[in-house]
Design a protein around this ligand. Structure first.
Ligand code: NAP
Length: 281
């Protein structure tokens, strides 16, 4: 049987339509109070500039707005923190996105944690991570939260399944592990020091690849019938999994059109929720 394609592009488009309707309802309730996502781009990385632009465009597609803040490559931790504090205090700003990565002289963790919890719509603060992990209310890190929305939409069974996460980054692997654990998966987290990685991957009912290396996961590592989520995106439309592996899966996320669109729609959804909360809706 052909594997099921977990189509993030179509789902994200449908979610955007719902978000546009929710934004219109918000504006009827609070005229002139357009939800605003502030985006902070530090330095000259062209890929980061593209991601920030895509997020601003997504805001406008659903009737929200974005406020773009661009800071120089030489920005210090103190300067960036001061910008974040101003945005925290601005009642017209509902969400704050600090684009990762920032230049090396900046203490990124310190700056992420300076974002007020109620505006942490990209789910990057330690406090938000802790609350989400404990199953309490917090905005999830956008990429893993988007993956969860996709898995739930396609009714992928999770209870008791063995989820293997490749990667333990603060924005992807770690929160991903907490989210699938909260859905009663048995979880294995692999990283660059993991021994005999293929043997771990072979046990996965649900494999989530977030290693940042093109076509890294080999066809021979895959357990037939497993669900493969490929968070990677590399030039030429290649993810972190060798595309030949997808034929063995029962379901998989395509690259592109799987995880990427879900990340942006999650950010939009969480920004709108933050605006609704701030406006008492
Ligand atoms: P990252 O911060 O570079 O983390 C990569 C993780 O992979 C690390 O935990 C690292 O282990 C692990 N790793 C590296 N080499 C490995 C190896 N040979 N064997 C096993 N594990 C290995 O990357 P990230 O930010 O989490 O992103 C991961 C992927 O997701 C990238 O392809 C990125 O482009 C993609 N991504 C996509 C979206 C989206 O919206 N679609 C968003 C964010 C990221 P150590 O911790 O031991 O170093």
């Amino acid at each position: 049987m052909n594997p099921l394609i977990l189509d993030g592009k179509v789902l994200a488009k449908n979610i955007e339509q719902t978000l546009a309707e929710r934004t219109s309802a918000l504006l009827r309730h609070a005229p002139g109070r357009t939800p605003i996502l502030a985006t902070i781009l530090v330095g000259n990385d062209p890929a980061s500039a593209t991601y920030v632009k895509m997020k601003g465009n997504a805001c406008r597609r659903i009737g929200m707005d974005s406020r773009s803040i661009e800071l120089s490559e030489q920005t210090t931790t103190e300067e960036l923190t001061s910008v974040i504090n101003e945005l925290n205090a601005d009642p017209n700003v509902h969400g704050i996105l600090l684009q990762h990565p920032v230049p090396h002289q900046i203490d990124e963790r310190y700056c992420f944690d300076a974002i007020a919890l109620e505006k942490d719509v990209d789910g990057v603060t330690c406090l938000g991570f802790g609350r989400m992990s404990m199953g309490s209310v917090a905005y999830g890190s956008a990429t893993p939260a988007g993956i969860m929305t996709l898995l739930k939409h396609y009714e992928i069974p999770m209870k008791g399944k063995h989820a293997v996460i490749l990667g333990r980054s603060p924005i992807l692997g770690k929160p991903m592990a907490a989210m699938v654990l909260n859905e009663d998966c048995t979880v294995t987290i692999c990283h660059s020091r993991t021994q005999d990685l293929p043997s771990h991957v072979k046990q996965a009912d649900i494999l989530i690849a977030a290693v940042g290396k093109p076509a890294f996961v080999q066809e021979s590592w895959i357990k037939p019938g497993s669900v493969i989520v490929d968070a990677g995106y590399h030039p030429g439309g290649i993810g972190d999994v060798d595309p030949k592996a997808f034929a063995l899966a029962s379901a998989y996320t395509p690259v592109p059109g799987g995880v990427g669109p879900m990340t942006i729609s999650t950010l939009m959804s969480q920004t709108l929720s933050a605006a609704e909360l701030a406006l008492g809706i």
